[in-house]
Design a protein around this ligand. Sequence first.
Ligand code: GLY
Length: 274
Amino acid sequence: MVALILHTGVGSRIIKKDIEKVRQKLIEKISETGLNMLRGGEDALDVVEKIINIMESSGLFNAGIGSVVQSDGRQRMDAGIMSSDLRCGAVAGVSDIKFPISIARKIIDTTNSICLIGDYAREFGRKYKIPEISKKNSDVKGQSTTNKFIGNTVGAVVLDQNGKLTTGTSTGGLFKALAGRIGDCPMIGAGIYANQFGGASCTGIGEDIIKTTLARYAIFQVEQGYSAQEAANRSIDYFKNTTQSVAGIIILTKNGEYGISHNGKHMNWKYSID
Ligand code: GLY
């Protein structure tokens, strides 16, 4: 059995039906790509990296080249990736990188560290030839501030043929956030978490996701015997009651069951199993 679930972020504003449809079509296409990779026996870590790369390089989501800008007009991106064997990597506040999730992945493969920040993360990425954002694209920095992008933070949780789960999340953060601000995505246990029971990827207001360690909270519910959907509902209820803020979560368990919950106005997601 293989399974995957992905999301393109929770939104706190109602969006037009046609935009929602375009977004959903895209997610379904990306999901099919991931499912085909899994059917071919590819590793969960590779599949999460690949499908998040597609979204980071599309310019259509608040991640990678489509990232929103911070208060100084500069894009700074966060990303994190974690597998059920507890191996994890993350980058925080990195600029000019097309695939932030790939730097996070390289940290797992080549170091004993977990998270690199800013220029150090970019230099590390250069060493491994992780593609940078071309001059042409960096010249349109701020484009995404006009809400031309059609999606938010992106995330995925994948179960491969060997029973390995991997979760990943990538984001440009919050529009016009204080320069240098870091959100929940690179914080293990907040924006992402995975262990032998399941994996979770969060979206929403990072500060409040950090305060509630939302991804770890969700997987703890699974450990306590709740189904993936019950765990997702319990997590968002707890989050809402504790912070009165907005978040969404996707969960995939070791049995391939999924859960999804959010308290925003919309959240596109897609679950596939084979
Ligand atoms: N959840 C994305 C952020 O707050 O940075």
